[in-house]
Design a protein around this ligand. Structure first.
Ligand code: HPA
Ligand code: ZN
Length: 326
């Protein structure tokens, strides 16, 4: 079977990953030691054993705790540098990277520290690995819209370092409508717009992300299959869904990877893509996601080719770059 080798070798873009979710347990311990931060785990193994999730919230609690070791610009640089050099070796040629500034500013870390560290790693990765990387600032939806506005204000002095904004964290109970005003402001500023919707939340949240936020892509979006009119719209408009198979498996969005609906989404003509979400927490980087979902669902080389093409079509990369990758 030559499919795993093809999946690994094909050039592709990753469009849905949270940089804080690339913090490997070993790096959490190394940064904790470097920064004198106390961790509630005695060892890397004990921390790893805590990665037993039952839903999105059970993951988020551990993910925010892991991010508490990030204090200095160098920490953000090292984290992003580790991710980018790893995925360059997986034939990712373009990455659009989410970051959660509120997780850090709430602990007294400045916006400048966060963005300068991440941005410098992106610039160095282009020089070192030829990979293009861009940042997308995510608002935490469990916090208020007022706090999202404050976060946007704090980030605007660094406007040239990020290409867009997204919406993440606890979905159910925090619909896109809660953030309609701040996203309207972001659109006026010319920022790209994406939003997590339809991971655990209902199809209505996907409609809201499109119609109230102006989302150009939907992160996850797998619950769209429960709404035929929505599926028709997503297919007709080629609205990309950034799907994360191992994340969905670990957070029990599907009972098992064999039940994952990626193949149905592609066969319905949607622009679905494969992504890692939080690779250090969910058991793998993007090629692991491709390998696992293909093995579990019986997709073919034709699906692989479509997914790679979709990842470029769905990206915010300039047309000249996209032409080079295809
Ligand atoms: N969903 C919502 N918020 C997140 C996720 C996710 O999968 N990963 C990191 N923050
Ligand atoms: Zn995500």
């Amino acid at each position: 079977d030559r499919l795993p080798a093809l999946l690994a070798a094909m050039p592709k873009a990753e469009l849905h990953m949270h940089i804080e979710g690339s913090l490997e347990p070993e790096m959490i311990f190394a940064l904790a030691a470097r920064n004198g931060v106390a961790l509630p785990y005695a060892s890397v193994d004990e921390l790893r054993r805590a990665y037993a999730f039952s839903d999105l919230q059970s993951f988020l609690d551990i993910y925010y705790q892991g991010a508490s070791v990030l204090l200095k610009e160098e920490d953000f640089y090292d984290m992003a540098q580790a991710y980018l050099s790893r995925v360059a070796a997986e034939n990712i040629v373009h990455a659009e990277i989410f970051f959660d500034p509120q997780t850090h500013t709430a602990r007294g870390v400045s916006m400048e520290t966060v963005i300068r560290g991440l941005s410098r790693a992106c610039a160095d990765a282009r020089a070192r690995h030829g990979i293009s990387a861009a940042l997308i600032l995510c608002f935490l939806r469990h916090l208020s819209e007022e706090e999202a506005f404050e976060t946007l204000e704090a980030a605007l002095p660094f406007r040239e370092h990020f290409i867009g904004v997204g919406l993440d964290s606890s979905e159910v109970g925090h619909p896109p409508s809660k953030f309609a005003r701040v996203f309207a402001r972001c659109r006026e500023l010319g920022l790209h717009i994406v939003a997590h919707a339809g991971e655990e939340g209902p199809p209505d949240y996907i409609w809201q992300a499109l119609d109230l936020l102006g989302a150009e892509r939907i992160d996850h979006g797998v619950q769209a299959v429960h709404d035929a009119a929505l599926m028709a719209r997503l297919a007709a408009e080629r609205v990309p869904l950034t799907v994360c198979p191992l994340s969905n498996q670990k957070l029990r969005v599907f009972p098992d990877l064999a039940n994952h609906n990626l193949k149905s989404l592609l066969d319905a003509g949607l622009c679905a893509t494969v992504n890692s979400d939080d690779p250090a927490y969910f058991g793998g980087y993007v090629n692991d996601n491709f390998r696992a979902v293909f093995a579990a669902t019986g997709m073919t080389a034709r699906h692989a080719w479509q997914l790679a093409l979709n990842s470029f079509e769905a990206s915010f990369a300039p047309a000249a770059d996209q032409a080079r990758w295809r």
